[in-house]
Write a protein that binds this ligand. Structure first.
Ligand code: SF4
Ligand code: SF4
Length: 358
C-alpha cells in the first residue's frame, strides 16, 4: 500500500498450493493477547469466510523477513491481498484483488507450450510458436504452474489460517525476540488493506507465543468495527495520509477521505500509538495545499509521534503487465534524494518538525 512495496519476484514461499491445513498444530493462544470483544466485532463484508476449522483466513502475497522500514527494529512484514482504494500510483498491483492471481515471468519462458495442455480453461495459446496468455480465461487453478518446468508462471497469493501463518513465519522468531533483549522488532501487517482482514489479524495476534510488537499499516479505509476488533492487540498504527480534502482524495485514490479521517480521529482519541505515512508522488500530491494539510493534521493530533515521508518509486510498474492488469494511471520517475529533501524542508518550514525521511 505504500512505496515500501514488494520487489519483483520477491513472493518468496508464496505459491498456488494451499497451505491452510485446518488440522495444523496451532500455537497456543497467548493470554496477554486476549482482546476485548465488542458488540461490533463482526466480520466485515470483504472478509473471506472462515474455513471449516472455524478460523478466519487471509490471502498473503508476500512475507518480508528482514524488514527495516515498516515499524521499529527488525520485523517480519506480512502483505495481505485485497484493497478498497485505487491509488493512481499503486506500487503493489498484485495486492488489489483479494484472490490469488496468476503472474507470468516472461524472461523465463522457453515457449515449450506445456502449459497449453495443462490448462483446462484455454487461457494459454501459441502464436507462431510463442506462448500467449489470456488472463480473462484464467481461473487460477494452478495446473499450468505445475506443468511449467521453467518457473515462468507463478500464483501470487496463498491462503492462510492464523495458525498456518504462524508456522510460515516461525523461522523469524529470533528477530522478534531481540525486543526482549532491549531492542525493538516485531511483526507488521501491510497490504493491500490489512484492515479488511481485521478478524484474521485479531486471531493471529491471540496466538502469539509471547509478547511481540504488532504494527498495522493501513490506509484507514475500513469500518471502525475493524479497528475495534483489534483493540488491545496492535502496538503501532502506520496510518497513510495521501491527499488533503475529500475531492482530492477521491481523485487520487478512488475514495473520499471521510471514513479515513474519522478513523484517524478516533484512533488518536483512543490513545493509540500512531505514525503518519506520507507517500509523496511528484506531480500528483507534492502541492502546497497538501503540504499545508499535512502540517495541519500534525498540529491537530499531537498524539501522532512522527510522520514518515515516502518518495514514489517505479518498482510496481512492470507487475501490471505480468498480472494482465491495465497499466497504472500514473507513471513517473522515482523521487530523487533532492526532491525528498526539498519536500522535507517545505514541511518543516510549515512547522511539521516531526516529519522524517525513510
Ligand atoms: S492503498 Fe491500495 S491502491 Fe493504494 S497504493 Fe496501497 S495497495 Fe495500492
Ligand atoms: S510451460 Fe512455462 S515455459 Fe513453457 S510455454 Fe508455458 S509459460 Fe512458457
Amino acid at each position: 500500500m505504500s512505496p515500501t512495496d514488494t520487489p519483483l519476484g520477491a513472493q518468496a514461499g508464496v505459491s498456488g498450493r494451499a497451505s491452510n491445513k485446518p488440522d495444523d498444530p496451532a500455537p497456543r493462544p497467548n493470554p496477554s493477547r486476549q482482546a476485548k470483544r465488542t458488540a461490533s466485532d463482526k466480520p466485515d463484508d470483504a472478509a473471506p469466510r472462515p474455513n471449516p476449522s472455524g478460523q478466519a483466513t487471509a490471502v498473503v502475497f508476500d512475507v518480508q523477513s528482514f524488514s527495516l522500514q515498516d515499524g521499529p527494529g527488525i520485523r517480519s512484514t506480512i502483505f495481505l491481498k485485497g484493497c478498497p482504494l485505487r491509488c493512481l500510483w499503486c506500487h503493489n498491483p498484485e495486492s488489489i484483488s483479494p484472490r490469488p492471481q496468476l503472474m507470468t515471468i516472461p524472461n523465463l519462458c522457453t515457449d515449450c507450450l506445456r502449459c497449453l495442455e495443462a490448462c483446462p480453461t484455454g487461457a494459454h495459446s501459441a502464436q507462431q510458436g510463442h506462448h500467449q496468455i489470456d488472463f480473462a480465461k484464467c481461473q487460477t487453478r494452478g495446473q499450468c504452474v505445475e506443468a511449467c518446468l521453467d518457473g515462468a508462471l507463478t500464483i501470487v497469493g496463498e491462503t492462510y489460517t492464523p495458525a498456518s501463518l504462524w508456522q510460515r513465519i516461525e523461522p523469524d522468531l529470533h528477530y522478534w525476540q531481540l525486543e526482549a533483549a532491549g531492542q525493538s522488532g516485531g511483526i507488521t501487517f501491510s497490504g493491500g488493506e490489512p484492515m479488511l482482514r481485521a478478524q484474521f489479524i485479531a486471531e493471529f495476534a491471540r496466538l502469539a507465543p509471547g509478547p511481540i510488537h504488532l504494527a498495522v499499516e493501513t490506509s484507514g479505509q475500513a469500518p471502525w468495527s475493524a479497528f475495534e476488533a483489534l483493540d488491545g492487540l496492535v502496538d503501532l498504527w502506520l496510518f497513510d495520509y495521501k491527499a488533503t480534502g475529500p475531492a482530492e482524495h477521491r481523485r487520487l485514490t478512488g475514495q473520499d477521505d471521510r471514513l479515513i479521517m474519522a478513523n484517524l480521529d478516533r484512533l488518536c482519541a483512543s490513545g493509540a500509538e500512531v505514525i503518519l505515512r506520507l507517500p509523496i508522488i511528484p506531480g500528483l500530491n507534492n502541492t502546497d495545499q497538501h503540504f499545508a494539510g499535512i502540517a495541519a493534521v500534525l498540529r491537530r493530533y499531537p498524539r501522532i509521534s512522527r510522520a514518515e515521508l515516502l518518495g514514489y518509486h517505479t518498482l510496481g510498474e512492470a507487475k501490471t503487465d505480468r498480472l494482465g492488469l491495465p497499466k497504472p494511471a500514473y507513471r513517473g520517475p522515482s523521487a530523487t534524494p533532492e526532491q525528498k529533501r526539498s519536500w522535507l524542508s517545505q514541511l518543516r518550514g510549515l512547522g511539521a518538525s516531526n516529519v522524517v525521511l525513510t
